[in-house]
Design a protein around this ligand. Sequence first.
Ligand code: BGC
Length: 764
Amino acid sequence: MPRFDIPALLADLTVAERSSLVSGQGFWWTRRIERVGLPSIMVSDGPHGLRKQERNTDHVGVGGSVPATCFPTASALASSWDVDLVRRVGAAIGEEARAQGVAVVLGPGINIKRSPLCGRNFEYLSEDPVVAGVLGSAMVDGIQSQGVGASLKHYAANNQETDRLRVSADVDIRPLREIYLAGFERVVRDTQPWTVMCSYNRINGVYASQDPWLLTEVLRGEWGFDGLVVSDWGAVDDPVAAVAAGLDLEMPSTGGASAARVTAAVEAGDLPEAVLDTAVERLIALIERALPGVEAEDDVDLDAHHQLAREVARDCVVLLKNEADLLPLAPIGRLAVIGELARTPRFQGAGSSKVKPTRVDDALTALRAAVGDDATVSFAAGYGVDDPGADVAALRAEAVAVAGDADTAVVFLGLPPSYESEGYDRTHIDLPAEQVALLEAVAEVNDRVVVVLANGSVVALAGWEHHAGALVEGWLGGQAGGGAIVDVLLGVANPSGRLAETIPKRLADTPAYLDFPGEDRHVRYGEGLFVGYRHHDAVDLDVSYPFGHGLSYTTFELTDLDVTVLDDGVGGAEAGWRGRDRIEVGVTVTNTGSRAGKEVVQVYVGAPEASVQRPVRELRAFAKVDLGPGASERVVLRLDERDLSYWSTRADGWVLEPGEFEVAVGRSSRDLPLRATVRVDGPPLALPLDRSSTLAEWFEHPVGHEVLVEALRRSPGGDLRPMLDDPAQRRMLGSFPMPRLATMLGPAVGDDLVDGMLAEVAGR
Ligand code: BGC
């Protein structure tokens, strides 16, 4: 039984009251209207833990918040490639939100990591839209399973922090659709988040908060979004234009200024009242949806959530290299732990996502507790973290002495907090020089060096990784990350993380290098589709570690690839938004080692015969499998029409071009032992013809071709077909728009004729 009679409420509320509802109350609340019994609801950050602020309100993480479980940040979570795990994290965050009376959690953030320099990459999942979309859906699903809403952000093309409130992401429609919108589309269509948060930036010149194409045509019209669109905090430039474009709630409060402008616009007839009412309706519907959760009185088992945070963090760790099986460490002998980050962990990033953790585990304490009396664990800080006063030489000398006295040195390195944050981008991808110098000095006195990294976005490894026999990417592992790292180091947990972003050899190798962060309020996405591994693979560049890479303490084998083209998949409306399933991929995964472990099967697809430029291969499906020693499992994944299609600007839609597709299966974009080529048939491409279509385009069109040939045969000046029998001639004239040929071929292909031919094509 709904609590609110929305039509009656709308009729009862004055224009001024309705206008007041489309902007917030304070930082975190929607507006309350007591007169009609409409309560406010509270929203709070964030993506990897709840940041509910009570006092000292701000939106950039300066003020304090209520303690909550801090889970690994998005770069770490994505490295798990584990849908169930991410869903469990979402559910735990949702549960904490519900217990705190928070109606909507402001996350997940699923923007594509266009450049490793983006200051907020720690909050984002991947350079690949399938990973970002699938795991983003899992997070939304988890949060919303608790009767709390999610806010999918930042919609869209918010891929940098530099000038983020004004910059125009100038991006062609095809990469926009295939790379930057694809993840949002998947989450919206599959999981229906209660809210979507529009981004600060402009896209091709238009503010996301005021873009009717983005907020209404695509999001609601095409994808069927039925929730509420909220602005990022302070993203609205013109509140009337925002409501007109489809924004339902401007945050935070503007102290009545926006409401006054919206009221005036409605009264002047510049904003249709019905448009305002639609936004208000959506707000009331959100409140209706949220109230049962807000009113529930729950207790959260924070100890259990801390345990979950540790379990999750373990599965996010990526073992990048492990020479001579240096890891796992035997918990005996003399271990040296080097690096301040082992004692003072960096486990999350700065800005609006910053959670006040319920407790924090550091690796040093966790390691000492784990090895007990079986090993001695000595420690030296080695460097200071964001500490200009540190005596670098003395710290290094102490660390060298400690390392020289140990069987194995575990060196904790990483980015200091000042290196990456919401609000600004990085200018390089290097570790602090004193950390690299420390590693070199340690490696001179100890030849068993393990490096453990703490960083939210990738760091360059190429200059120093030869000093480390083993390399563990721990990301920003959340409040239990220290313990999780120890679980991995000692083999209590078998690492199973895989890179959700490429680690390049050099910043200069990355695709947006020359086009980031732009200038004069514009950033041009010149690399087009070729983001992340799509670029590195297209130009065959060496990378430090490829997308998808990650080692285990066991070994896996992939065998018996079976790729079947499906002709009888579900068709028509039942096929869903992604179209019919077209290819089935089966592969057997076997754990060939002696420990239980998890493998991530990755399926990539290429379209070598495509008539448009396409990446060499693109991830289209993946699955994580958990196998005991010696165990096998058959993994079957399906690829649908969307997986094979590209966005055609000419057709203004997704197009599946029949032809050959290469299916490659393996464990990274560069390690694909199993491959098959299949033919997917379908009607020949029929991209729309218009008056500017060229001779070549007419020839390529299945119907246009016939119409053209007939028209040439009937030409009043005699049959013109022989002239085009010569392939060289046809090629030379191919780029001429049809009416322009009139000047060369006489009236035979003049304007009237072209119009007639177009009508004929349309009629067949
Ligand atoms: C951030 C959002 C965040 C909001 C509220 C903004 O500055 O971009 O991600 O949800 O603040 O804190």
